[in-house]
Design a protein around this ligand. Structure first.
Ligand SMILES: Cc1cc2nc3c(=O)[nH]c(=O)nc-3n(C[C@H](O)[C@H](O)[C@H](O)COP(=O)(O)OP(=O)(O)OC[C@H]3O[C@@H](n4cnc5c(N)ncnc54)[C@H](O)[C@@H]3O)c2cc1C
Length: 420
């Protein structure tokens, strides 16, 4: 690449900022166009009264040297990665299969017996088969299969296992027996330590990147002419590009390109992600020391909740606290109404014995359109069709939704950094 080249980036999330960092290091000019009036994408935050909320849990367990050089410029708090799971009237340590201790004896015997009798080979390539092969029928149906319908909102028989990596603890008889007999179990979470900025929310970690990036805010791209290499924006501006990098969700990017062939358009339509309803609540007292927890009950819509006020007490005024519930739907449309979500989260607070109406200062609801990429069986074929065509047409894609992968913030940063 010649040094006079200008890199144009769509999106100022951490991956777009990663592109800007690399461009600066190699002496290239780089302009980022961002739809919103502030940067950071999913790593941005919002305020309700004096309470700060990230867009869902967000803790860092980055290991890459490049990422740590940036994130560690902010003072941070180290949290232990211990979390809990709520089921009916009980709190179990995470992961549940290794922490069955609070259950009654008969149930524990049934679950362990079913684990011992689990199939020794995989039935097929689906997530459902993988779960039953790992944990046995009874543990699977009671816990992860139920959770799949809440978190992925997708039939586990139609999901692949390509996203699992270190995310799910593989089952071992010794660990399961130990956790059924004793309350004291080791923490096997894949990250031992979770870091969070002492001040300013998760976004503080990426401030150094925002400071060096040339971001043009309020520039929502509405059309791309790949022939003339032109970008059209909602604010009526039109810009030329030489080299384009996009961190936009692949299905959205394809919608912007008018001259896109039908098979690519169809493949992009088959790529599906979860959207998230975030219900964020402020309390007039401290309600829990829990950093985050998973919820298995079907009568509670949320799959997970976390406490911004436990991540850092800089998130809210003294002697108050906050919680944020995550409710997932397959695709862009929520499966719930705002009213029913709020009502259900208050019901959850009472059922979990955490708080009731008199403790609540406010309830906020907002949506994230693209949360987690869904690994439908065969998704990778559709992703390849789309990305190959984009590359052929000189558009590089990066980040969680440009790579269309289950990337953490550090991986998204590196995805942008390595894109050019
Ligand atoms: C529920 C949840 C929990 C997570 N928890 C963690 C965690 O604990 N730790 C961790 O490390 N990671 C976590 N992540 C992952 C992390 O959020 C992502 O990897 C990362 O933020 C993705 O960055 P990105 O730049 O790829 O995408 P984004 O942040 O989505 O950035 C895309 C940008 O493009 C902009 N844009 C969209 N459309 C247009 C348009 N038409 N024109 C111009 N701009 C546009 C958007 O406004 C946005 O700013 C979590 C993610 C989710 C969903």
């Amino acid at each position: 690449m010649s040094n006079s080249l200008i890199i144009t980036v769509l999106g100022s999330g951490v991956s777009g900022l990663g592109v800007a960092l690399k461009a600066k290091e190699v002496g290239l000019k780089c302009i980022l166009y961002e739809a919103r009036d502030s940067g950071g994408g999913l790593l941005d935050n919002f305020f309700v009264q004096e309470f700060r909320f990230d867009y869902s849990v967000h803790l860092s367990f980055a290991e890459e040297k490049k990422v740590r050089e940036i994130f560690d410029k902010s003072k941070f708090i180290k949290h232990s990665s211990e979390s809990t799971c709520f089921e009916q009237d009980k709190w179990l340590k995470h992961p549940v299969q290794n922490n069955l201790f609070p259950l009654d004896l008969k149930t524990k015997v049934e679950l362990v017996e079913s684990f011992i009798k689990r199939p020794k080979t995989l039935g097929d390539k689906s997530y459902k088969s993988w779960l039953i092969h790992q944990y046995g029928e009874k543990i699977s149906f009671r816990y992860p299969l139920k959770y799949t319908l809440k978190y992925w909102n997708t039939d586990p028989e139609k999901l692949s296992t390509n996203w699992i990596g270190k995310r799910m603890r593989r089952a071992e008889l010794k660990e399961i027996l130990n956790g059924a007999i004793s309350e004291s179990t080791p923490n096997h979470y894949y990250a031992k330590e979770m870091r969070y900025p002492s001040k300013g929310g998760f976004k503080s970690f990426i401030r150094p990147l925002l400071e060096i990036a040339n971001v043009r805010y309020n520039h929502k791209c509405t059309e791309i002419d790949i022939g003339k290499k032109q970008l059209f924006f909602k604010n009526k501006k039109i810009e030329h590009y030489e080299k384009l990098v996009s961190s936009l969700p692949l299905p959205e990017l394809i919608k912007l390109i008018k001259k896109c062939p039908l098979p690519v358009r169809e493949a992009a339509k088959r790529l599906c992600a979860t959207s998230i309803d975030l219900v964020s609540i402020g309390f007039n007292k401290i309600i829990t020391p829990k950093l985050w927890f998973y919820i298995y009950d079907e009568d509670i819509f949320a799959s997970r909740a976390h406490s911004p006020s436990v991540k850092s007490n800089d998130s809210c005024p003294p002697n108050t606290s906050s919680l944020q519930f995550e409710i997932y739907s397959r695709g862009l449309k929520s499966r719930y109404t705002k009213k029913s979500l709020i009502k259900n989260c208050i019901y959850a607070l009472k059922k979990m014995n955490l708080a009731d109406e008199k403790d609540i200062l406010f309830v906020d609801h907002r949506r994230i359109n693209y949360g987690n990429v869904i690994f439908d069986l065969g998704m990778e074929d559709n992703r390849k069709i789309v990305r190959d065509w984009l590359h052929k047409n000189d558009i590089i894609t990066c980040g969680r939704f440009g790579e269309w992968d289950y990337l953490w913030s550090n991986q998204s940063l590196m995805s942008g950094y390595n894109a050019i």
